[in-house]
Design a binder for this molecule. Structure first.
Ligand code: SAM
Length: 475
């Protein structure tokens, strides 16, 4: 059966349309050296209005160093304009590795008999959260395999309640994002009521035929149900959704096109694009050998994809995890990344273990530094590490968050929030060296809050955090 491309359709095959992608790839090949078209696309991108999947596809295939350099420069500038020099920190929390799916790239697949299966009890979750709070984390992404018997929605909801309830010393988890398998509108509504931040679901691949082979069994085999999940999530009241492709599974040019079509679809149907886009690449794991996948991408292509997404969807948050090394992360930060994980353990119960456990790891972690080290590194690179969670707690989700970005008020809102949450980290969790570097940075950054009264109130709150022991100020 053939489908017609329609970004407004609710049918996966129509809003992620194979024929449209193939046509776009051909169009890109034909125009990759067309300097007039490349100039026009870049001129449009310079207006901060974003790019279509078709335009982005042309940039991706162009390898003229002069144009690639222009793309990188523009991506860096757009990142600065919308996100300033702030980088938001989070950590994943693995709840359960029970899984009935057959994802061939994931060690949690149901057929893997090598790994011990674990599901945290609420008591164990509490202990993990205490460990995460003791590092300084305020924002988590919970992760779980799909297993209706072992990990039903009630278990996820109980876990979210437990996480929010833990108040240990000055710690608190203030935002729980959720990365669980595609589910029903009713369950999304329950997640919304439980107070989640972003609902994240990676598409893995937008190539339907490959998708079906890579997910040979279990509920995740249903490509349409998976691909249409974000529409159900939004119908269930979740405003902030996070997309992602697992790079390495399929041809990256196909994936970029699909990813941007998905973003255009959300915008067309719901009036708001994805809150975040993540950039995972396949990593080694228990019975997973990344070299078994033919479509792995080089660090250069990875960087180029990140830069192009930055200019194609200027308002969307972009996430890179500890799957990537310190070097790759440093480069990606320049090109558009706004959120990173730090000190992650990708195993169930990993944060309460002294040594990094490997037996239940979902994938090998490349960047194994402590959170304190990551924070100091960011400061040394000139970034402001932020533990801010204010937006969704103040109801600034979906299009209201995008409005904040567009109105340029972000510097009067996100910047002081970043400085105040960094200050909390410095006072409560940082090493001496990080604290010194952080305090210097805060003094340097305070004058860049444009509004005089906001600057004054922020300075006052910084003092109250340091001397008065008060926490959780926000604009
Ligand atoms: N089970 C849920 C699902 O299917 O969407 C939750 C997601 S899983 C815990 C998080 C993500 O990790 C997956 O969506 C996949 O993209 C990624 N992942 C799985 N195996 C991986 C590997 N070997 N290397 C890197 N990332 C991997």
């Amino acid at each position: 059966m053939s489908y017609r491309y329609d970004p407004k359709s609710l049918i996966a095959d129509e809003f992620i349309n194979h024929e449209e992608i193939v046509a776009c790839l051909q169009f890109a090949d034909e125009h990759k050296n067309d300097r007039r078209m490349l100039d026009e696309i870049l001129a449009k991108a310079e207006q901060r209005k974003g790019l279509s999947h078709k335009e982005a596809g042309v940039l991706l295939v162009c390898d003229d160093p002069e144009y690639v350099e222009k793309m990188y420069k523009l991506a860096e500038q757009i990142k600065k304009d919308f996100y300033g020099n702030r980088i938001v920190l989070f950590a994943p929390l693995y709840l359960s590795n029970y899984c009935v799916n057959g994802c061939v790239y994931c060690p949690y697949h149901g057929q893997n008999r090598n790994i011990p299966r674990k599901k945290l009890t609420q008591e164990e979750i509490r202990a993990e959260v205490v460990a995460l709070q003791d590092m300084g984390h305020k924002r988590l992404a919970i992760e779980s395999g799909e297993d209706p018997f072992n990990n039903p929605i009630e278990y996820i909801l109980d876990s979210i309640k437990t996480i929010y309830s833990v108040k240990h010393k000055n710690g608190a988890i203030r935002r729980v994002n959720v990365n669980i398998a595609a589910t029903t509108v009713e369950n999304y509504r329950k997640l919304k009521e439980a107070g989640i931040g972003t609902y994240i679901l990676f598409q893995e691949t937008y190539h339907k035929e490959s998708y079906l082979k890579l997910h040979p069994r279990g509920p995740k085999h249903d490509y349409n149900y998976h691909t249409e999940a974000m529409d159900r999530a939004m119908e269930g009241g979740i405003d902030d959704v996070g997309l992602g492709v697992l790079f390495g599974l399929e041809l990256y040019r196909y994936e970029l096109c699909g990813l941007l079509m998905h973003a255009e679809h959300l915008e067309a149907v719901h009036g708001v694009g994805p809150h975040t886009i993540s950039f995972p690449r396949i990593k080694h794991a228990d019975d997973i050998d990344p070299s078994a996948f033919d479509n792995s991408i080089s660090d250069d292509i990875f960087a180029k994809i990140i830069a192009i997404v930055r200019i194609a969807v200027p308002y969307t948050g972009m996430i890179i995890s500890t799957r990537e090394s310190q070097e790759v992360r440093a480069r990606a930060l320049h090109l558009g990344i706004s959120q990173i994980s730090g000190a992650s353990r990708t195993s169930v119960g990993g944060y309460t273990e002294e040594e990094r456990p490997t037996d239940t790891e979902q994938f090998d972690v490349s960047d194994q530094r402590s959170l304190d080290e990551v924070i100091r590194w960011l400061i040394e690179l000139g970034y402001v590490p932020s533990f801010c969670t204010a937006c969704y707690r103040a109801g600034r989700t979906g299009d209201r968050f995008m409005e904040l970005c567009k109105s340029k008020q972000i510097q009067n809102c996100c910047h002081p929030n970043a400085l105040m949450t960094l200050k909390e980290f410095l006072v409560d969790y940082a090493s001496e060296a990080t604290r010194r570097a952080g305090d210097e940075l805060i003094q340097k950054e305070l004058p860049s809050i444009p509004q005089e009264n906001v600057r004054r109130i922020c300075a006052q709150h910084l003092e109250e955090i340091e001397k008065g022991g008060q926490r959780d100020f926000r604009f």
